[in-house]
Design a protein. Structure first.
Length: 291
């Protein structure tokens, strides 16, 4: 029985055997700490009846730990040089399927119906490539996939922004978007030293538990997203100024003011002080007045 992939010695051996050169541009920082991997698996909370989608298996460090506990693992890897390595390292795990594709271009609904239809719940678990953290998370949330949870290793600073509460410096459009679809909790702080090569920043494990329905009712979802993005466009500007400059235009200032009044929000407040409920109320009033 070979040692786990996620040890410094085995990782070094695999990289040397395949003469693999890590690509910084693809966010290739591989995990070499089994305790952290176990922490990620535990935070996710999937069972042996569940299916897992992994993004970026690398040489298979996390994939191996997922395969030991889940019913089936489907892993998306963009770098074709890693495919023969994964075939080698994951050969003891027949419940893993590696798909060579950019996850941002993947039809995940189709993958779920065709490849994970015999699993109970579906979870995403990944040590994400940091250069595309936000687009990947937004795709996973906005595609409304039938997921139970998303547990990801990301930069600590981004995890703080996603899990932030109103009136903190981290709170912004990303916190609202995540909160709308999920309950977001930071689970582990992870030092840079558990990766090869070590990234320049610390990381964190974030768990998003997907809500059965969005947290607030909005009359038009796309409009709601435009409203809160506009309110955060310039953090030093008041809500009214942000709305006028970034969404409704000067000609509609009076209507924007009326919408704020109807939603009982002081136009001089800043976006970062509004709760998601207040953004929803504002979005619904403005939708009625302007669209
Ligand atoms: N899971 C491994 C681990 O924990 O050691 C590797 C994680 S590494 C941070 C990120 C991985 O994502 C790399 O293997 C990289 O090639 C892959 N990757 C980067 N961009 C991707 C994309 N758009 N779609 C799928 N995989 C991607």
């Amino acid at each position: 029985m070979k040692k786990d992939i996620a040890t410094p010695a085995r990782t070094k051996e695999i990289l040397a055997k395949h003469r693999f050169q890590l690509k910084k541009s693809l966010g290739q920082n591989f995990l070499i700490d089994l305790n952290i991997l176990n922490g990620i698996v535990e935070a996710s909370g999937f069972t042996e009846e569940d299916g897992v989608i992994e993004i970026g298996p690398g040489i298979g460090a996390l994939t191996e730990q997922l395969a030991k506990k889940a019913k089936k693992v489907v892993a998306f890897e963009i770098d074709d040089r890693l495919l023969p390595i994964l075939e080698d390292t994951l050969s003891p795990y027949p419940n893993v399927e590696v798909i060579h594709q950019d996850v941002l271009k993947a039809d995940l609904t189709d993958i779920i119906t065709t490849k994970l239809n015999d699993t109970e719940h579906i979870h995403v678990v990944a040590n994400l490539p940091y250069y595309v953290t936000t687009p990947i998370l937004m795709k996973l949330l906005e595609d409304r996939l039938p997921l139970k949870s998303i547990t990801v290793m990301i930069q600590a600073e981004v995890a703080d922004r996603i899990a932030a509460s109103p009136s903190t410096k981290e709170y912004g459009a990303l916190s609202i978007a995540a909160q709308y679809y999920s309950d977001a909790k930071k689970r582990l702080h992870v030092p840079a030293s558990v990766f090869v090569p070590a990234p320049r920043v610390d990381s964190a494990v974030l768990k998003l538990t997907i809500r059965e329905k969005p947290l607030v009712h909005v009359t038009d979802e796309a409009w709601f997203f435009k409203v809160f993005h506009a309110c955060f466009a310039n953090r030093r500007k008041t809500i009214i100024n942000n709305l006028v400059h970034n969404l409704v235009g000067k000609e509609n200032k009076a209507l924007a003011q009326q919408g704020l009044e109807r939603a009982t929000i002081d136009p001089m407040r800043r976006g970062e002080t509004l709760s998601i409920e207040e953004f929803a109320a504002l979005s619904n009033e403005l939708d009625q007045l302007l669209n």
